[in-house]
Design a protein around this ligand. Structure first.
Ligand code: ATP
Ligand code: MG
Length: 390
């Protein structure tokens, strides 16, 4: 018996004329993710992407794990593919779902017939298949309201049998909403922010600021690992590592202590957007959440934004930490994020940062020292490389 995966499209079915390009982007993303796992046949019909393995041995669990992370898919079912012949359907249902059916107490059959030329209608399929299964598995009785197992039969260009579809990642396909640069630290928040924007179709590049020797190589490796975990959802991440030590030392030596953090953030934004301009990315993305720390008060965010020429998206702005942590656990970045390595943001941080900075003072403090040569040098010495999903 052949096994197949049915991946049902989500919102993209609503996109009218763009529908084709959305579906193509989704199919492309699926192909790219599954390519290392073997050869597959793909085709689209009735808002579903069919994924059929062509090799004798396919690691279905791994395939499912990968498909679960692809945005644009709302439901995923692993199904048996059978000829459209009721005898074959009956036998295959008993065989394919035998393990569950032989231990369950209650079940029902649900049938969907997209091919109206099939000789039986849905109620007939349900009744006759139900009777056959009760005969075969005497432990079973029908419960239409709250069954332990639902046997699904979909009559399309073939018949597909499965025990129910699970939820997919939702969202819209990566590659359908432009490209953005995520400021990626080693913390909990920024990977979540990146994946949330990818969920709305944005291709994610990442930029990380490091300050050796104050920050270690292991701290950077941790951030690279976060990027590779994100890549399961975002696709490969174009990663940029900026040497930030000189700028931080200059800020320590020249900036008013209480404005250190806000000026540092403005310079991060400046460097990030210069790289965006070079690489034609249209926005910045951060993991900021309003009021979470001194640099994320409304006044601080206003001062940071004042240094930006392109839009800054902050998808976590209205989320509580506990809500962010829940997403971090779901996308499996949490355990890595809490590994205890230092971030450049914790280097030279003032004891009493200003929580209500004003733009005029901040600009004056920035102009009091010529940071430009260091900014240019940092941009020049930024290393860029691709990080793939593990
Ligand atoms: P996170 O959990 O994402 O580290 P945080 O709560 O620690 O966030 P901050 O340290 O104030 O918050 O940083 C706010 C945002 O600034 C981060 O979400 C991230 O987008 C960006 N950021 C902070 N440090 C760095 C860094 N070293 N490199 C790149 N971006 C950074
Ligand atoms: Mg941080």
């Amino acid at each position: 018996m052949k096994e197949i995966i049915l991946a049902k499209f989500g919102e993209i079915v609503l996109k009218g004329l763009n529908r084709c390009s959305f579906e193509d982007a989704l199919a492309r993303n699926v192909r790219r993710r599954l390519k290392p796992l073997g050869r597959f046949d793909y085709w689209k019909a009735q808002s579903t992407l069919y994924i059929r393995p062509l090799d004798d041995e396919t690691d279905f669990e791994e395939v499912m794990d990968r498909v679960r992370c692809i945005f644009g898919i709302v439901k995923i079912a692993r199904a048996a593919e059978v000829e459209k012949d009721f005898e074959a359907i009956k036998q295959s249902a008993a065989e394919y779902l035998g393990d569950t059916l032989s231990t369950a107490k209650t079940f029902k059959v649900r049938s969907k017939r997209s091919d109206k030329s099939f000789g039986m209608n849905s109620p007939e399929i349900c009744t006759l298949l139900g009777e056959y299964l009760i005969d075969k598995f005497p432990n079973l009785s029908v419960d239409v309201h709250n069954p332990e197992v639902t046997v699904n039969v979909e009559i399309r260009e073939k018949a597909f049998i499965h025990a129910g579809a699970e939820d997919g990642a939702g969202g819209i396909p990566v590659g359908t909403s432009g490209r953005g640069m995520l400021l990626l630290s080693g913390g909990i928040d920024s990977p979540v922010a990146g994946v949330m924007m990818a969920k709305r179709g944005v291709v994610i590049s990442a930029i990380h600021f490091e300050s050796p020797p104050y920050t270690s190589e292991r701290a950077r490796l941790k951030v690279e690992k976060l990027a590779s975990l994100m890549a399961r959802y975002c696709g490969s991440v174009n990663f940029h590592c900026v040497p930030f030590t000189k700028i931080q030392e200059a800020l320590r030596d020249n900036a008013p202590e209480e404005l250190f953090t806000i000026l540092m953030r403005r310079l991060m934004m400046e460097i990030a957007q210069r790289i965006c301009e070079k690489e034609n990315l249209s926005c910045l993305i951060t993991g900021e959440s309003l009021g979470q720390v001194a640099s994320q008060t409304m006044d601080a965010v206003v001062c940071t934004d004042n240094a930006c020429r392109i839009p800054v998206f902050r998808p976590l702005i209205g989320m509580d930490k506990s809500e962010i942590v829940a997403v971090a656990r779901k996308i499996k970045t949490f355990e890595t994020s809490i590994e205890p390595y230092e971030d450049c943001c914790t280097v030279f941080t003032p004891k009493h940062p200003k929580t209500r900075p004003n733009v005029t003072d901040v600009i004056a403090a920035q102009l009091a020292f010529d940071y430009e040569p260091m900014i240019a040098e940092a941009v020049e010495n930024t290393r860029a490389y691709t990080i793939n999903a593990k």
